[in-house]
Design a protein around this ligand. Structure first.
Ligand code: ADP
Length: 625
């Protein structure tokens, strides 16, 4: 692609167009090779010079086929149109910055489109009139360049429209010095409309910046201008035409053409989208209020507003504020929820407290009732013990008499009456029956005596009335002495008793009668509940040096769940029918008494058993200290 500029690159206008073109080309997905040529026709525009350019371009681009040519400003557009056959292989042309609005009417106009530059002089003059209410005269500055000439023609057409509102004077065909002298002395209610002044009467060349600098340094009135390159350099502003924008529009069209769009389908754009733009520095210099500017004006160099200056801080504070507000709302919501929960909790507490109070009252009441019941029970218990004591005592005396007389009767009957019955069968039978009955009375009497004794022992132990006649004794000796009594339990059974007594047993401090009571109970029970096998009494020493006695039988055993109960008063394990026949039930007090005796001496009585295999009762007693 070729960009053919009418003027030099150091002209801001040309530069901004080039920038616009490059911006569009660089944003494309494919890369374009762009050649840029500047014709410099503000300085040179003679036919000879143009011939020279033709030669130069033919030399440079004779072999090159351009896909499109973009031209900027009138001279380049005319040149390209004239020489495109010869120089540029008839490539399509996209022009911009063309002031000659009749350009598209030219005969050669084909395979070409572009942007016509509509310089809005009238809009700028209108702006000046509203900004300077007392404005009487406008001095128009132009030169003899193409732009200057075209602009002059256009202005001459539209100035009569302002007749009566403001006067116009031309400052053209002058040298820079003459111009500056003229500008220095302009009347107060006047303004300058700077069209262009790149070449003065003497042919001296000035860039846009140089020319505005010269004028700005001497002018006492505002300088209005229509191009962006004057703005910010000393021009107060006006209806501004943007070179950058035109470059962009032209480049977009060129890209479309390269992509296959026919130029005839891309209508010529008259760039009207100009913008009122003003420089705050110049507005301030002439005391012009921004409220007098046309609507939608852009003001450059305007003092930064507080928002512009502190935008970040304002946004930050705003965000913090919003965040805080949210936090406050959340906290408030939380607080409300908390308060509600507290109220509910309080109500619950009150309810629970009242419930507890109620329950406590009930409990106190129950406790009082229980205390009374306990007291009554204790009273009853001691009454029972007292009754038992008295009854047992009172029973023992007549029982002893009954047993005693029974024995005397039995002896007398055997000695004196039995011999009389011999020979009389009837009497013999009756005599035998009397003797058997006496035996029963004796046995039952003895049983009753044992029962009464057990009662008495238990109640004495429980009430603490029992007397312990403790002596230091050798368990081996005690066992040997009681062996015949213990063996006596087995005299009528087929079961044997074996005693395994260690030679050196620990000496103990105990009441021998009580200890014998325990042995009798355990061995007696073993005899009662063992029908075959044997019973073993083992006396040994524990690791801690205590006496340990085990009574082990091969009897009916005790169910596991009953083992703890057998030490309770009056407790008897229920027996099967086959067992019942053989056993004379006792009182259910033997083990309870034995346990209390052993525990009185600081020892322990335990039972282990396996039904149908046998039981083993073990007690320990500490060595005498
Ligand atoms: P009792 O005078 O009835 O024997 P005990 O207090 O001496 O009272 O024994 C309580 C119960 O424990 C017995 O009735 C019996 O059911 C059970 N019992 C005690 N020793 C044995 C044993 N060696 N074998 C089986 N059962 C036993």
């Amino acid at each position: 692609m070729l960009l053919l500029n009418s003027y030099n690159q150091d002209l801001i206008w040309t530069d901004t167009i080039t920038e616009g073109v490059r911006e569009i080309l660089e944003s494309q997905p494919i890369s374009f090779k762009l050649s840029v040529e500047s014709m410099d026709t503000k300085n040179f525009y003679s036919p000879d010079y143009l011939e020279l350019l033709v030669e130069k371009y033919s030399l440079k681009y004779g072999d090159t086929t351009f896909d499109a040519i973009i031209t900027s400003d009138d001279n380049a557009a005319n040149f390209a149109l004239t020489y495109r056959d010869k120089l540029f292989n008839n490539a399509p042309i996209v022009f911009c910055g063309v002031n000659d609005l009749e350009f598209s009417q030219k005969v050669e106009f084909s395979n070409i489109t572009g942007v016509l530059e509509f310089t809005d002089f009238a809009g700028t003059i209108e702006a000046a009139l509203s900004m300077q209410p007392g404005l009487e005269e406008i001095f128009i500055i132009t030169d003899e360049t193409t732009t200057g000439n075209i602009s002059r023609t256009l202005l001459k057409e539209l100035l009569p429209g302002f007749k009566g509102r403001v006067a116009f004077s031309w400052l053209d065909n002058v040298t820079m010095l003459e111009l500056k002298n003229a500008v220095t002395d302009l009347p107060e209610n006047s303004a300058i409309l700077l069209v262009s002044f790149n070449r003065d009467k003497d042919g001296n060349w000035f860039t846009y910046t140089e020319s505005i600098n010269h004028l700005r340094s001497v002018s006492t009135v505002p300088i209005y201008g229509m191009w962006d390159f004057y703005l910010g350099k000393g021009s107060i502003g006006g209806m501004i035409t943007s070179g950058h924008r035109q470059g962009m529009l032209a480049a977009e069209m060129a890209v479309d053409i390269i992509n296959g769009v026919n130029p005839s389908n891309l209508p010529v754009i008259i760039q009207r989208s100009n913008q009122y733009m003003f420089d705050q520095n110049e507005l301030s210099r002439f005391g012009i209020d921004t409220s007098n500017l046309p609507d939608d004006s852009i003001v450059i160099n305007a003092p930064e507003s507080i928002y512009q200056r502190f935008a970040f801080e304002i946004w930050l504070i705003g965000c913090v504020f919003v965040f805080m507000t949210i936090v406050i709302f959340v906290l408030m919501a939380n607080n409300n929820a908390k308060k509600r929960a507290e109220i509910e909790l309080e109500e619950l507490n009150r309810y629970q407290e009242s419930l507890i109070e109620l329950r406590t009252e009930e409990l106190v009441q129950r406790s009082r009732e229980l205390e009374i019941a306990n007291h009554d029970l204790k009273k009853l218990d001691s009454l029972k013990t007292a009754v038992l004591n008295t009854v047992s005592h009172d029973l023992r005396t007549p029982l002893t008499s009954v047993l005693g007389f029974c024995k005397i009767i039995d002896r007398d009957f055997k000695r004196h009456f039995k011999p009389l019955c011999e020979g009389d069968e009837n009497l013999s039978v009756r005599g035998d029956r009397i003797q058997a009955n006496l035996d029963i009375i004796e046995k039952e009497g003895e049983r009753l005596t044992r029962l009464v004794n057990d009662f008495l022992d238990l109640s004495k132990i429980e009430s603490g009335d029992i007397s312990w006649n403790d002596i230091s004794l050798d368990p081996k000796q005690l066992l040997e002495q009681s062996r015949p009594v213990l063996e006596g339990y087995f005299s009528e059974t087929g079961v044997s008793l074996t005693l395994e007594v260690e030679d050196r047993l620990p000496q103990i401090l105990a009441d021998p009668d009580r200890l014998l009571q325990v042995l009798n109970n355990l061995v007696g029970n073993a005899a009662k509940f063992t029908y075959k096998g044997n019973v073993k009494l083992v006396a040994t020493t524990t690791e801690g040096g205590w006496l340990k006695v085990i009574v082990q039988d091969t009897g009916i055993g005790i169910p596991q769940e009953e083992l703890d109960n057998i030490f309770n008063k009056f407790y008897q394990v229920s027996l099967t029918t086959s067992d019942t026949r053989k056993v004379t039930r006792g009182s259910g007090m033997g083990l309870a008494i034995s346990k209390r005796i052993i525990e009185h001496y600081g020892g322990e009585l335990k039972a282990e058993s396996e039904p149908n295999h046998g039981s083993s009762f073990t007690f320990t007693i500490p060595e005498a200290g």
